[in-house]
Design a protein around this ligand. Sequence first.
Ligand code: NAD
Length: 344
Amino acid sequence: MIKVGINGYGTIGKRVAEAVSLQDDMKIVGIVKTKPTYELRGAIDANYPVFASTKSKIPFFNEKGIEVSGVTEDLVKIADLVVDCTPGKLGVNNMSMYKKAGTKAIWQGGEKHAPIGTSFNSLTNYSESIGKDYVRVVSCNTTGLSRTLYPIMNEYGINNVQAVMVRRSGDPKDSDRGPINSIEPVLTVPSHHGPDVQTVITDLNIQTMAVKVPTTIMHVHCIIAELNSEPDVNRVLELWENTPRIDLIEGFLKNKDSKIRNLPGTAEIMELARDSLYTRGDLNQIAVWKDGVHSFGKKLYYYQAIHQESDVVPENIDAIRAMCELESDPSKSIQKTNRALGIN
Ligand code: NAD
C-alpha cells in the first residue's frame, strides 16, 4: 500500500483523497489544511489524519476542537508520495521540503512544467513518469484536449489544431471569483493551454485562445483540427467510443422532423452526472457532443465539455501508480482506476 499525503485540501485535494481511498494499492495517511474551515468536514468524516500547514496554526485548530497529527513536514516524512493540491504557483515552493524528506510528489496544472520537468496524462505519456520522483498532472483543459486529440492523431495524423477554450470563471464554491457579468478574453495568444498540451503530446502543432465566462460548472472547447487526411466522422466517433474517459453525448434527439433538447449544454450534462449518482455529481469523463462533430475536407470540427473539478482526479491516481512502479501498462492502470471510481 502506497502511503499518500494530500497537501492542500480544496477542490482538487479532497477529490484526489477520496479517489485514493477507493483504490486497493494506496491509502491516505493525512491531509494538510491551513485553516479549520468547513472544508475539513469531509476529511474528519473519512477519518483522515489532519495536519496543520504550520506550527503557528495548530492553536486555531485546537480552539475548534480539532486534533491535529502534526504539521506539513510530519506528513511529508511519513508519506511515500505527496499530492500537492495547494493553489497554483504556490505548490512548487514545496519542492525542497519533499526533496529533503525523500518523498515523491505530484503537482497540479496550476504549476509550470519547467521546474517539475515531467508532465503527465494517463493516455498520452504514462510511461514517461514510471519511477519518477516529481511529476505534474496537467490542467483540466489540457487533460481534455489531450484525451480527444490523441486518438485522432494516432489514426489520421494532425497538421494543426486551433482551439478556443470557453472557461468557467470559478468553481461552484468560489464566491470570490468572477467575472459575474462580463466575458473576459485572454489577450495573450496563444493562451497557455496549447503549449501545455505539448508537454504531454510533443510535436503537436496547436494554438489556443481562451475567454472567461460567468458560469461555474464546466469549460467548453471549440476545436478545429486540420488532419493529414480527410476524416470520416463515424470513424472518429468510433475512436472516441473506444477511448477511456470520453463520453459521447447527444445535444438533440431527432424524432421524425422534430429536434428534442437532450443535453444541449453544460447544465444538462452536470444534471446527468448527478442523476448517474457519480460521487459529488462529478464527471471525470470528457463530454463530446456527437451531433457537434463535423468535417470539411481535412478539417475536423468538434465541441467538448470539461468538468474542471474532476477530470484530473483519475489522472492523479494513474500518476501515483506510474511513479511508484505499481503498474507499467497504462491501459491496465486506467482500467483499474476507472473500475474503482465507477467510471464507465
Ligand atoms: P483550491 O483553492 O480549491 O484549494 C487549494 C487548497 O490549498 C485550499 O484549501 C487552501 O486553503 C490550501 N492552501 C493554501 N495554501 C496552502 C499551504 N501553504 N499549505 C497547504 N494548503 C494550502 O484550489 P484547487 O482548485 O483545488 O487548485 C489546486 C491546484 O489544482 C492548482 O494548481 C490548480 O491550478 C489545479 N487545478 C484546479 C482545477 C479546478 O478547476 N479547480 C482543475 C485542475 C487543476
